[in-house]
Structures are given as C-alpha cells and as structure tokens.
Design a protein. Structure first.
Lengths: 289, 89
C-alpha cells in the first residue's frame, strides 16, 4: 500500500468489482433492512428527529460497512447541515491510513490506526476512528482485503494478457525467412545467389561497367532494379479499369520462405484464477456463494 | 424459496448470522458514538438497537401451512397472518 497505484486498485476493487459489491450489498441488506431505534436516557428519540436523521444515517452506515472492510476501521466526522448535526465518512480517495505503534489510553491498545486526510477540508482533530479489526504492524498488511487485492491484481493481469492474445489472434502474422539448403550449394553457387540477390534488389552487380545498359520502362523512365521493373509491369497490367483495379501486390526477394504464425492458445488458467478469486471473496465476507 | 422444500444450506447459516450480528454490534457502537458526538450527550445514556435479518422468511403460503402444521407458529403470529390475508382479499 506504499504505492499510490495500490490504493487506486483497492478503490476499484471495492467499488467496481461485482463480487465485492454484491457481498457488501448483501451484508448491508442483512444488517440494515429494518429500521434502527435510538434511545436517549431510556426514551426513544422523537419521530420528527428520527425522520430527519433516517436518510443520512442509512447512507452513513452503508459507508461505514464499506470502510470497515477496506480499512479495518470506520472513521467519521460530524457536520451541521441545515442546523442538524449529521455524520459523514471521509470520502474514499481523500485519505490514506496506516497502523502505528502508539499507546492508546482510551482502548489500552499499543497500536492505533492513523488517518491522513489529503483533501476535502476536514480537520484531523474532527475525525473519530472506531476499530473493527485491530491494527496490524506489518509492511505487507495494510488492509484486511490484502489477499483479495493480490488475487484481484493477478486476475486483472491474466485478463489483460488474454485481451492482448485475442488482439494478436485477430491479425495475421507471417515470418519471412530465406530458404537456402547449404549442403546443396557450392561456393560459386552461393556467390551466384548473392550476386543474384544484389542484382534483383539494387540493379547492380560485380561485373557492372560504366557502359552497362540501364533498365528503363516503356516511357523511358529509368528503373533502379529488376524488382522495380516487375512492379512497373504488374501495375501496368493490373492498374487499369474494371476488376483488376486496386489489387495489392507484393514482391519478395528470391528464395524467400513465408510462414504464417499460429494463433496463441491459452488454457483455463483465467477461469481457475477467477473461480478461486470468487470463492475467496465469499469466504472473506463469510457469505455463501 | 419454500420452507417446506428447503435444504439446510438454503437457510442463512449460523456462521453467516453471527457475522451479520457482529457487523450490527459494530454499527450500533458507531451510531451510539455518532449520536453522542452530534448532540453532545454522554455515550452511556445512548442506546442504539438495529434488528438483524431473520434467518428464514415466508415466501409462499406453503411455508405458512408447513409451519402451522408443525405448531411452529405462535398464536399472535397466526392472527397477524390472518389479518394480512384479510387485507389481501
């Protein structure tokens, strides 16, 4: 959780992953499907006040549930809205947290959660923190959902790999290699092959003198090599009207071997990983899948 | 989901029910502190009660029939169900 990216993945996991969202919703529905009752000095609070508090308290308690699983605690501050004091959880993404070794006289614990507010205008002293899980002093464990976070990252990496594979498979990939059987070649044969390749690609050869005849097309335009001459001829033949127009033609040097690469085939690792992750999510929240 | 044909796994498990109760206890504690902080009263004088979801629920008349046959319904509940049926008619 030292890296900013880990926090962002945790927020994504908590707010967008369907399995986590469903589990948190199920817990909220189980806990908050009935109304709550508050009594002050043994007397229930009056209906008018309860009606005013009801809506905000319901939202606040859902935020608390999400926060306690994400951070291990619920933090809140109280602000007056239309003269009514209402509780709010700091918005996800506006704070970071860590466990620090510190004597807490209130709870007796030797470690406490420390919340750092990054934005939002809430003062540190206004924040109240209530532990759901006790803090753990460890560089590796910063959230109760640490294991789920690691599994989620692995699932996402696998998902991205499969997407990249699918993209690769959508395109045709070929490899061009030179086809040459060494054992059938003599030294002079190899020399001839080199000369032929040079002549085809560049139009030049070892025996070329100053008075060599230059290649030209029918319009007397000079051609640099025989490849160009072939292309000129092909364009001349296929560049006309009708069905031959717009035909793409490629010419390869001699002795070229074209091989089409096969598709990337992936196994069932993604499905296995996803299944394990889903089971872990339901186990973490103590819910039946 | 009918009680009559339900398997044990279809009810909310004891473990799940305890988990829910733990979350409720925590939320009660949070609301107690919130109310005390909001209205500047002593936390000890504030009591918050959040009721947990029942472990099983009626989803059809078959459920009621089965529970009634096994004498599992209290008379008060029977009266309530009767009133509910009257209002439905």
């Amino acid at each position: 959780m030292d890296q900013r990216g880990d926090y962002d993945i945790l927020y994504e996991l908590l707010c967008c992953d369907p399995d986590i969202v469903v589990c948190i919703n199920r817990i909220c529905n189980a806990c908050l499907h009935n109304s709550w009752e508050i009594s002050d000095n043994g007397r229930p609070i009056n209906d008018a006040l309860k009606q005013k508090l009801q809506k905000m308290y319901d939202v606040f308690m859902r935020d608390c549930v999400r926060m306690m699983y994400m951070c291990g605690f619920a933090a809140f501050y109280v602000r007056r809205v239309n003269k009514i004091p209402l509780p709010f959880c700091p918005v996800i993404g506006t704070f970071t947290w860590r466990s620090v070794v510190s004597e807490c006289k209130k709870t007796g614990s030797n470690a406490v959660y420390e919340v750092t507010l990054l934005k939002g205008g809430v003062q540190q002293r206004d924040l109240h923190i209530l532990n759901y899980y006790s803090p753990i002093i460890s560089p590796n464990v910063k959230t109760p959902m640490q294991a789920l976070l690691s599994q989620y990252k692995a699932v996402m990496e696998m998902h991205q790999t499969i997407r990249a594979s699918n993209k690769w498979n959508q395109e045709k990939h070929i490899v061009v290699t030179e086809n040459m059987d060494i054992k059938d070649q003599t030294t002079s044969g190899l020399q001839m092959l080199d000369d032929m390749r040079r002549y085809t690609l560049s139009g030049e050869h070892a025996l070329m003198g100053d008075k060599v005849v230059r290649l030209k097309n029918r319009y007397n335009r000079e051609l640099k090599n025989t490849n160009e001459a072939k292309m000129e001829w092909i364009h001349d033949q296929f560049g006309g009207d009708g069905s031959t127009q717009g035909i793409g033609t490629h010419i390869l040097p001699p002795n070229m071997n074209v091989v089409e690469l096969s598709n990337i085939v992936y196994g069932n690792e993604y499905e296995v990983l996803l299944q394990q992750y889903r089971e872990s999510v339901h186990t973490f929240f103590g819910l039946q899948n | 989901m009918q009680v009559a044909n339900k398997s044990v796994s279809e009810f909310i498990s004891t473990e799940q029910h305890i988990n829910t109760q733990n979350v409720i206890n925590f939320l009660q504690n949070v609301l107690q502190q919130v109310y005390a902080e909001s209205f500047h009263v002593d936390m000890q004088t504030v009591q918050v009660v959040i009721k947990a979801q029942a472990r099983a629920s009626f989803n059809s008349t078959d459920d009621i029939k089965k529970l009634s046959e096994t004498q599992a319904l209290a008379p008060q509940l029977k009266t309530k169900i009767g009133q509910l049926m009257d209002s439905a008619i």
